[in-house]
Design a protein. Structure first.
Length: 104
C-alpha cells in the first residue's frame, strides 16, 4: 500500500518503512508526526483519489532527526562594475520514517 502526501509545498509518494527528507516540521527525534493532506491512496484494488484530499485518510510517521541540507552559494557579479555579492544558504530539513498509512 502506498500514499501520496503533501507537505512543505511538495508531494511525496510514500510506503510503510520509507525514510524521507522533507522541509522542516516542528518536533524532536522519536516523536510521532501525522500527515492529514493525503492526495491519493493505492496499492490494493483501485486507487482512491482525493478531490483534493482523501477524506478520513492520514499517514503517521516517526521523526528520526532534524538536520540541515548542503550549503548553497548564490554568487552574483556585474562585470566591469566592481560589484559582486556572495550569499550562502543551508535549508533546515527533517528526516521522517513512515510507520502507518490509514485509508478511509
Amino acid at each position: 500500500m502506498y500514499a501520496v502526501i503533501k507537505t512543505g509545498g511538495k508531494q511525496y509518494r510514500v510506503a510503510k518503512d520509507d525514510v524521507l527528507v522533507i522541509e522542516k516540521i516542528e518536533g524532536e527525534a522519536g516523536s510521532e508526526v501525522e500527515f492529514t493532506e493525503v492526495l491519493m491512496i493505492g496499492g490494493n484494488g483501485t486507487p482512491k483519489i482525493g478531490t483534493p484530499t482523501v477524506p478520513g485518510a492520514k499517514v503517521t510517521a516517526e521523526l528520526v532527526e532534524q538536520t540541515r541540507g548542503p550549503k548553497l552559494i548564490a554568487f552574483k557579479k556585474r562585470r566591469r562594475k566592481n560589484s559582486r555579492r556572495k550569499r550562502g544558504h543551508r535549508q533546515d530539513l527533517t528526516k521522517v520514517r513512515i510507520t502507518n498509512i490509514i485509508g478511509a
